[in-house]
Design a protein around this ligand. Structure first.
Ligand code: SF4
Ligand code: SF4
Length: 511
């Protein structure tokens, strides 16, 4: 019979990350400001594309089947640009994970950024770690209700703004904002906002680290991308252990009076002579081999961790490498007069050297290695190819679909006629007249259904479908033969730009 200890379900233990300051925390604030700023304000940037075209700089126009990105306009048949960008994003993740571990998770993942923002609000309203822990344990009172309702209200406002900002990317933002305010918005907009509000509120406010640990596949994939040269957040246990509260200072003081240790590195032991990044010289002094390590077991690194883990237990799937424990520990090291870097960005490959008191390899030796250079070259190559394709893509295009029912008709004078559906695309901001023609070694002529000339007007930034006939006189080789290769071409009457597409002509021989 299953007992409580056999249960496969572990209730979530609430985490109350403590405030911390330091260079990594500042970097995270800066990245949060930039990423949230981009997300919330980009839909409001205007971009003049001329009359009849949307003036929103970044717009996914589902109804018009276009993606606008400043001066770039992607048509549905150019989806390879989006595919290329997705491949670049994937390769970028490979590159950063191989070089710097889960740097995406720790600094720029939306789940991390919004959770960070929600924790900031929580701290403003309810206080720092200890105050929040007390409040959590306290029975429900007027004060607790007031604080909780204030926090939830601010979270909800952030969540609504998040869901609202998302839908602004899919339609004209000022128009939709007015529709929302006057309650005239389309139900699809309300549904999207409601869904994103609910997910932001729940994921950022209540599920937090559980999304990273249980819902996100990335922690499971990253293990295959990291190797011993990857720089990731880790604890220098050879320097910190054996840990103990307040023991370090006493040991150093006693050592100064009674013990002089031979200079030089200690194989398998801990030595203050180990060169760490930022280590001041002359700090610490000689200590006995059996003295406690630099870790004073203050738990500062655990208390600031948004994932609620102890980095001293080694690499863990839950660690998002946010580096806040580095800031916390560096502050402690500063207070006890020890060099920073007990917790740091470390490559596993450097551990043996550091244990033996040798200097680790430079950061650049870890970053600039063949694997990362290969990822970067691939990433840059695809990027250059996309830019090149963007600049050489034509402003007019056509696709030709032969009508095959029937494959040809014989006219009263014996001539043979084939029909084609030609889709014309005009990417200019104004209407353009396209002249159509046919190129072949045989004697063929082209006409457009419903008009006397071979010219068709295509509206601005639009496509037009037109039926085209190609005719071979009765005595022509193409009329009597099997199939004849030809090209249907179009010419922009204003710019003279041309485009063409290959197809075939069916003669009587195909019967
Ligand atoms: S142990 Fe915690 S605080 Fe340290 S990097 Fe990992 S997730 Fe961040
Ligand atoms: S913050 Fe540093 S000194 Fe304090 S427990 Fe963590 S590793 Fe040890």
């Amino acid at each position: 019979m299953a007992t409580n200890s056999d249960s496969l379900y572990a209730a979530r233990a609430p985490i109350f990350p403590k405030r911390v300051s330091g260079p990594f925390r500042r970097l995270k604030w800066q990245i949060m400001a930039v990423t949230l700023g981009i997300y919330y304000f980009v839909p409001w940037i205007r971009w003049d594309r001329g009359p009849d075209l949307p003036d929103q700089a970044v717009l996914v126009d589902m109804a018009g089947r276009r993606f606008y990105f400043f001066w770039i306009e992607i048509w549905p048949h150019e989806f390879y640009f989006v595919a290329g960008l997705l491949v670049m994003a994937g390769l970028g993740l490979f590159l950063f994970t191989a070089a710097l571990g889960r740097v995406w998770c720790g600094y720029t993942c939306p789940q991390t950024v919004w959770t960070d923002l929600f924790i900031l609000v929580e701290r403003w309203v309810e206080g720092d770690r200890n105050a929040r822990m007390r409040l959590d344990k306290a029975p429900w009172s007027a004060r607790k209700w007031r604080l909780r309702l204030t926090k939830w209200t601010i979270w909800l406002l952030i969540s609504v703004a998040t869901g609202g900002a998302w839908v602004f990317y899919f339609t004209d933002a000022p128009t939709l904002a007015l529709d929302l305010v006057t309650l005239n918005a389309h139900p699809a907009a309300w549904s999207a906002i409601a869904l994103l509000t609910a997910t932001t509120f729940t994921f950022g406010g209540f599920m937090r680290e559980q999304i990273c640990i249980y819902a996100c596949p990335w922690p499971r994939i990253q293990g295959a991308m990291m190797d011993e040269d990857t720089l990731t957040v880790a604890y220098r246990e050879w320097r910190g252990e054996p840990r103990g509260k307040g023991l370090r200072r006493r040991a150093v003081a006693e050592a100064a009076e009674t013990t002089t240790r031979a200079a030089g590195p200690q194989i398998g032991g801990r030595s203050p002579a180990i060169p760490m990044p930022g280590m001041p010289t002359g700090v610490g002094g000689p200590i006995p081999d059996n003295a406690p390590g630099d870790c004073i077991d203050c738990n500062a690194c655990v208390n600031v961790c948004p994932m609620g883990i102890d980095i001293r237990d080694g690499q863990q799937m839950a660690c998002i490498t946010c580096a806040l424990c580095i800031d916390a520990c560096d502050e402690v090291m500063g207070k006890i007069g020890r060099p920073r870097g007990l917790i740091d960005y470390i490559a596993l490959a450097d551990a043996p050297a550091e244990r033996e008191g040798r200097a680790p390899r430079s950061v650049w030796r870890h970053v600039l290695r063949p694997r990362n250079i290969f990822y970067f070259a691939l990433w840059g190559g695809i990027g250059l190819a996309l830019v090149f394709a963007l600049f050489i893509r034509p402003d007019i295009e056509l696709t030709v679909a032969p009508v095959r029912n029937p494959t040809f008709v014989t006219l009263s004078d014996g001539a043979v006629r084939n029909a084609y559906d030609v889709r014309l695309r005009n990417k200019h901001g104004e209407p353009r007249d396209f002249t159509l023609g046919v190129t072949t070694s045989s004697d063929l002529s082209l006409s457009v259904e419903g008009v006397a000339e071979t010219s068709v007007e295509v509206p601005a930034d639009a496509q037009a479908l037109t039926r085209v006939y190609v005719t071979a006189p009765a005595g022509a080789k193409a009329a009597q033969g099997d199939t004849t290769d030809l090209r249907i071409w179009i010419m922009d009457d204003i710019s003279g730009e041309r485009a063409s597409a290959p197809t075939t002509f069916n003669g009587r021989g195909t019967r």
